[in-house]
Design a protein around this ligand. Structure first.
Ligand code: NAG
Ligand code: NAG
Ligand code: NAG
Length: 426
């Protein structure tokens, strides 16, 4: 996409912006994300100005500038989309290289209906004689005739060529079994506003390995403002819950309790704190009958939604929390824990604190402790409050140490420094 062809430092800013979005579970990350988003807006409008200012554009640039205008209407998902658009550009570039030279449709083979005869066409003949408009119009017949996988692949390719910006909703409504041909990547280009369409595609997907496609479909529907009803949420329960983080807290509340039994840690990676809170409550109820270590093994992926009290309840259970899990705890939840509590919570894994000494949230927790007390652990932890000192503004200190990504591009750093300065002067 155009922005990526811009100067190197701006490109870096976009890529590093990707990370906070996926892992933003703290307010500090949220505000950083906000800054980066604002920065991205500047870039986008700059990119557009550049487009209109230049007389000559390559087809690739024209295409990406259309993609940009499409993005603008959906600011809430602007970053993930930016990545997808880049992938599209790369992939379609490859497609062009792999395609054989276009051949004309042999005379007598021209077709205006999708019928059984097509099943006997050579692949190159299908490629030459069938077009996206015909397939769109007669998608019902495509699904009714037993085409081979290779033939369906060609149809898919013809449709992708015909709709480089994504299939129109009128076609999506009639996709039926052809939905099994599409990738999550394709789906992320779609607009899906009809719950009936979602339901029909879920029905087709049931019992097939379509979890990623289903997650993408649900994401597109929700991004467009769609509401899921109880029946649909129940249907969703039969898919692997890769879609959880796309659901709003309200929708998560209505999701069946069982979902916490099948959710894997990576399914929760991009969930925000309000979503984690709800998933954690569900998990706590679902696993309540389990004992100490068994319970901990189950509840582990959900602990990002736990409160300080929940963690304190785990302290006497000798669970020996691993440091990877400890890192997923929310900073504000972790900060009030005492050294003795953390020592008991981590058990033999306490030594791992040293490795994480420089990273949030361990770093933030260390800042809160007295250095003397840290020294008593004998781990060589640094960064505590020196003996006899009183640190007045911990938040300010934490903001200053806000991670390496702040030191990237000039404008962002300037914006942050300006903000800090404004705070100090007030
Ligand atoms: C999706 O909707 C937007 C806004 O209405 C529109 O600009 C875009 O072309 C639509 N995309 C597809 C694939 O229909
Ligand atoms: C927990 O166990 C009790 C009694 O054994 C049972 O009544 C209850 O339904 C169980 N709760 C869950 C969530 O499984
Ligand atoms: C935890 O360990 C301590 C000391 O080893 C022991 O006294 C206590 O009973 C254990 N608690 C549990 C819940 O296993």
């Amino acid at each position: 996409m155009l922005v990526l062809e811009d100067s190197g430092s701006e490109t870096m800013a976009l890529w590093s912006a990707q990370r906070p979005l996926e892992s933003c579970r703290t307010p500090a990350h949220d505000s950083l994300l906000f800054l980066l988003l604002s920065f991205k807006w500047v870039l986008l409008s700059r990119a557009q100005t550049a487009d209109t200012g230049q007389g000559v554009m390559t087809p690739r640039l024209q295409r990406t500038s259309q993609d940009l205008s499409w993005q603008r209407s959906e600011p809430s998902i602007i970053l993930p989309r930016a990545l997808q658009v880049t992938e599209t550009t790369l992939e379609s570039g490859q497609n062009h290289l792999n395609l054989p030279a276009e051949k004309a449709c042999p005379s007598g083979k021209e077709t205006h209906v999708v019928d059984e005869n097509l099943a006997f066409y050579e692949e190159w003949e299908l490629e030459a004689c069938v077009d996206g408009a015909l397939l769109t119009e007669q998608m019902d017949r495509v699904n009714a005739i037993p085409f081979t996988y290779q033939q369906l692949d060609i149809f898919k390719h013809k449709l992708d060529e015909f709709y480089p910006q994504g299939y129109p909703e009128s076609l999506i409504q009639h996709l039926n079994y052809f939905f099994l041909e599409v990738t999550p990547h394709d789906i992320h280009k779609w607009n899906v506003t009809s719950l009936e369409t979602v339901k029909s595609l879920l029905k087709v997907s049931k019992g097939r390995k379509m979890d990623a496609q289903v997650a993408a479909l649900i994401a597109r529907y929700l991004v467009g403002g769609g509401q899921l009803d109880k029946a649909t949420l129940d249907t969703l329960a039969s898919f692997h819950p890769t879609y959880l983080c796309f659901l709003s807290p309200e929708q998560l509340r209505s999701v069946q309790q069982d979902v916490v039994w099948t959710a894997r840690p990576q399914d929760l990676d991009s969930c925000h704190p309000p979503q984690m809170n709800i998933l954690y409550s569900k998990a706590r109820i679902a696993f309540q009958n389990m004992s100490g270590s068994e319970y901990f093994a189950r509840i582990k992926p959900f602990l990002g939604g736990a409160s300080t009290e929940d963690l304190r309840a785990l302290v006497p259970q000798n669970i020996s929390m691993d440091i990877a899990t400890f890192k997923t705890l929310r900073k504000e939840v972790l900060l009030p824990l005492t050294i003795a509590e953390v020592q008991k919570l981590l058990g033999p894994n306490l030594v791992e604190l040293k490795v994480e000494e420089g990273n949030s949230p361990v770093r933030d927790w260390i800042f809160r402790q007295r250095q003397d007390d840290l020294d008593s652990l004998g781990l060589g932890l640094h960064g505590g409050i020196p003996n006899g000192y009183l640190v007045l503004d911990l938040n300010f200190r934490e903001a200053l140490s806000g991670g390496p990504h702040l030191l990237g591009p000039g404008p962002v750093l300037t914006a942050i420094l300006t903000l800090l300065l404004a705070l100090i002067l007030n």
